[in-house]
Ligand binder design. Structure first.
Ligand code: KG4
Ligand code: ZN
Length: 341
């Protein structure tokens, strides 16, 4: 049997991070990301500005990733790229760059669903030798655009058990942060202030949702009214209570997330739980998921911080398993702003 190493270059540009990674099989050799600070002043990602920055950053980021990996373009076996979901203009920059490289190098192109990538972050091999979850496992994928509960049965197969019917939990973090006067993305700042506050101080509305689905739009609105009501009585309410507000709101969101996680673990009789996506960087969520090990007697898997938020390493590792399956795309590949997992 031939025992060749497979080298893959992966590109991720679905939102506001331009990222490139180089892989040798499932091992990451480099993973370089250029973040876009420009959106901070607008309180959210401005799609047109995001695509312009991707255009500016993508070649330098690819060059840096190849250099760090000490791999040349000629050594590559495939180019991987995020096809969606994401912003059209942002995806187009990654996709057209990937196509140009694949055509010029006469190697296959492999498209990756961004949400699949988030889950696959658990299979990235690096120097840390973090154990990967065994199949089947339950994955709570929480990001700026998605909130999903997935039964992962293999590298390339899964069953969607539930998802948000409106806003994602990341959006609920970011919009609340904006109301509190915190810059975008507000999730990490809520996390920081929450660590210093009392999570039991304030209460918010609960969403009543069927089965294993989620809803965060009502919680967001309840937060808006809560802030408005208090500000009418005390204009300094936010500044005087910022840490307690963040801690209570964050605790409310995490309770909502974990309620369905417990239900799904029970219903499916799954003993392994993973979290993925940008919100899985939240320190309280990470701690509470870890606590489920003793509460429920299960094993939990929490990704390294660098693989939680958007990165090309998660796209590269997914592409490696697709490569083994000869799952290549053709050059007519178009971006998908909505792309079901
Ligand atoms: O996966 P991601 O980088 O991009 C999308 O695919 O959307 O997730 C971004 C989301 C943002 O909503 C951001 O506020 C949130 O992840 N996030 C956090 C934390 N770090 C990132 N939310 C809460 N606590 C954090 N520490
Ligand atoms: Zn993401």
């Amino acid at each position: 049997m031939q025992n060749t190493n497979i080298y893959i270059l992966a590109i991720e540009s679905s939102c506001d991070d331009t990222s490139c990674a180089v892989f040798c099989n499932a091992t990451v050799l480099s993973n370089i990301t250029a973040n876009q600070a420009i959106h901070q002043q607008y309180g959210g990602v401005v799609p047109e500005l995001a695509s312009r920055d991707h255009q500016k950053n993508i070649i330098p980021v690819i060059d840096a990733a190849l250099k760090k990996a000490a791999i040349t373009l000629q050594q590559l076996h495939a180019i991987a790229v995020t096809r969606g979901p994401g912003l059209l203009g942002s995806l187009l920059v990654g996709l057209s760059t990937a196509k140009s490289l694949a055509l010029a190098l006469r190697i296959p192109i492999i498209e990756v669903n961004h949400m699949h990538g988030h889950i696959m972050a658990h299979f990235i091999k690096d120097e840390s030798e973090t154990p990967a979850p065994p199949f089947p496992f339950l994955c709570l994928t929480v990001s700026g655009g998605h909130t999903q509960l997935i039964n992962v049965t293999n590298y390339l197969t899964f069953e969607l058990l539930g998802e948000t019917i409106d806003d994602a939990v990341g959006e609920a973090f970011d919009k609340a942060a904006k109301l509190l006067g915190l810059p975008y993305p507000g999730g990490p700042l809520i996390d920081k202030h929450a660590a210093l506050g009392n999570p039991l101080r304030f209460q918010f509305a609960n969403a009543k949702i069927e089965q294993l689905n989620y809803s965060f739009s009502g919680i967001k609105t309840s937060f808006l009214y809560f802030i408005q009501n208090h500000l009418q009585k005390n204009p300094n309410f936010v500044t005087e209570n910022l840490n307690d507000i963040c801690a209570s709101y964050q605790a409310h969101l995490i309770n909502a997330l974990l309620k369905n996680v417990r239900k799904a673990l029970q219903q499916k009789q799954i003993r392994h739980l993973a979290i993925a996506g940008g919100v899985s960087a939240n320190s309280e969520l990470r701690q509470q998921v870890k606590n489920l090990e003793t509460e429920l007697g299960i094993k939990t898997y929490i990704p390294k911080l660098e693989y939680c938020t958007d990165n090309a390493a998660m796209i590269g590792v997914t592409a490696y398993y697709k490569y083994l399956n000869r799952d290549f795309s053709d050059m007519n590949l178009t971006p998908l702003t909505h792309y079901a997992i």
